[in-house]
Design a protein around this ligand. Structure first.
Ligand code: NAP
Length: 251
């Protein structure tokens, strides 16, 4: 039964789909009917198996997203294997923690390259196809640090603030051409990315106490927002960064 949220027949790229939030988004999109191109450096075998078990197509596209070298090849491979591209979820990302006073150029460049530069050029490569077909949905994974400063994560805060800005810029350029560009800002989600925070007993307790929902998020908490933004239900939403944070930003 077609609904506003139906993604049957749509093809979605999800970067970093082997684990954490990317895996959860890929499975949720497939539950709504989308075929999944799982792009990343660690083969997303488990994700592909779960998507196929739902009756959708899934393929692994191997790519190291620390540089823009594979970007055009990714889009070409998806078009060749699936015959289309409707949704791009820019999820792959890394974080480096150190006091700003000691922060290295290597930790700056690594995070900016993967979380911001590659994200932009994937938007561009997918955007070329979507603009030509007159439709498409791009969902960038931002962060609470698109809104707040954070501590000891200068390149991550710069990158994620940049993601929110780029999301608005691309929406300004592409909204009238049928392409929706939006972002999701996950709150504190229990994944590899936050393993250090979860393991620090004091920080873990402080974080949990500050979250109105009174718990860390699970990766699966992000899936519904991704389905929504990828679907016709979000056709008039452009340039928005949607916080899925258990109420963190409300406090
Ligand atoms: P995660 O479990 O560490 O997943 C990160 C994903 O990015 C993995 O699939 C990883 O692949 C991939 N990736 C990193 N560098 C890559 C590269 N050079 N090439 C290809 N793939 C690469 O963390 P997560 O929490 O699910 O993070 C997903 C996104 O959500 C990130 O953008 C993160 O910044 C954002 N986010 C997370 C939280 C949170 O609380 N967890 C909050 C806000 C935003 P490998 O497994 O091969 O490393």
């Amino acid at each position: 039964m077609p609904t506003l949220f139906d993604l049957a027949g749509k093809v979605a790229i999800v970067t970093g789909a082997n684990t954490g939030i990317g895996q959860a988004i890929a499975v949720s999109l497939a539950e709504a009917g989308a075929d999944i191109a799982a792009v990343g450096r660690t083969p997303a075998e488990d994700t592909v198996a779960r998507v196929r078990a739902l009756g959708c197509r899934a393929e692994i596209i191997s790519a190291d997203l620390s540089s823009i070298a594979p970007v055009q090849r990714i889009v070409d491979e998806v078009l060749e294997k699936f015959g289309g591209l409707d949704i791009l979820v820019n999820n792959a990302g890394i974080i480096r923690r150190a006091d700003s006073i000691d922060f290295t150029e290597a930790d700056w460049d690594a995070v900016i390259d993967t979380n911001l530069k590659v994200l932009f050029f994937l938007c561009q490569a997918a955007g070329r196809h979507m603009l030509a077909q007159g439709s498409g949905k791009i969902i960038n994974i931002a962060s609470l640090l698109s809104f707040q400063g954070g501590v000891r994560v200068p390149s991550y805060t710069a990158a994620k603030s940049g993601v929110a800005g780029l999301t608005k810029l691309l929406a300004n350029e592409w909204a009238a051409k049928g392409v929706n560009v939006n972002a999701i800002a996950p709150g504190y989600i229990a994944t590899n990315n936050t393993a250090a925070l979860q393991a620090d007993e004091t920080r873990n307790r402080e974080i949990q106490e500050r979250i109105p929902a009174s718990r860390w998020g699970q990766a699966s908490d992000i899936g519904g927002a991704a389905v929504f933004l990828a679907s016709a239900a979000a056709n008039y939403i452009h340039g928005h960064t949607l916080a899925v944070d258990g109420g963190w930003l409300a406090r």
